[in-house]
Design a protein around this ligand. Sequence first.
Ligand code: DC
Length: 249
Amino acid sequence: MTSTSPPFSPSLPLQVAIDGPAGAGKSTVARLVARALNLTYVDTGAMYRALAWSVLAHSIAPEDASAVCRLAQSLVIVLEDAADGVRVLADGQDITPRIRTPEISRLTSPLSALPCVRTRMVALQQAMAARQGVVMEGRDIGTVVLPHAPVKVFLTASPAARAARRHAELAARGVRYSLADLEREIRERDTRDATRDTSPLAAAPDAVLIDSDSLTAEQVADRILALARTIPASASAAWPRSELPALAS
Ligand code: DC
C-alpha cells in the first residue's frame, strides 16, 4: 500500500465498518485502512474485553448480570492511539497488555451477549462515530452500530487460518498456547457469537464479503480502499472522494 498519499480529511465523518469472526485479520486491516484514510481506528472488541477485565478486577461474578450491567454503565473506557497500536484504558488504568489473554477472551464472549452491555457499548461507539470519521471493527458494526456506513465489509477466513494467526500473535507476546485448543475455542466462540439473541455475528445484507485466507492484510486493505472509492455521491454527499489515496499496485 502506498504511504505517500496526502492526509485525507473528509468533510463528513466517514464510516468504514469491518465485521467478522475472531482472527480474520480485522485489526491489522482496519488499522491500515484508518491510516490510509486518516480516520480514527476503533477496536470495539477491546471495549468488550475491557469490561471483562474490569469484571474480574472488581471480583464480580460473571453470572451476576445486574452487577455486570451496573459496571458496564459506569466504566469509563478510553481507546488511545499509540505508536504500537491502541492503548486501552479502563477507569484511567492502562490495561492494554492484559486484555488479550485466552482467559479474557473466554470471559468476554458471554458478557458481550448481555443486552445491557450491548446497549451501553453501542451507544459509546455511535458517539465516537458522530464525533469523527472512523474505521470501526467488530461483530455488529455494519448491522447495528453503523447501519448507514457507506463502506461495509465482512471479513472471513477458515478457522484453521484464524487459529494460526492468533497463535502467532500470542507467541509474539511470549504466550504459549496450543494451536488445537485455539482452533477449538475459536469455533466455540464463533458459535456463541453467531447464535446469541442480541446482535449476533452476521454480515449486513449490503456488506462486501472478503475471504482473507489467501490475501495479505495489505491486499485486503486495498480492496476496502477500492470500495471507498466507489461510494455513490448520494451516500456521502459532502465527502471529497477525489482526495482518496491511490491504491497500491
Ligand atoms: O474482536 P475480539 O476478539 O477482540 O472480540 C472480543 C469478544 O467481544 C468476542 O467474543 C466478540 C465480542 N464482540 C462483540 O460481541 N461485538 C463487537 N462489536 C466486538 C466484539
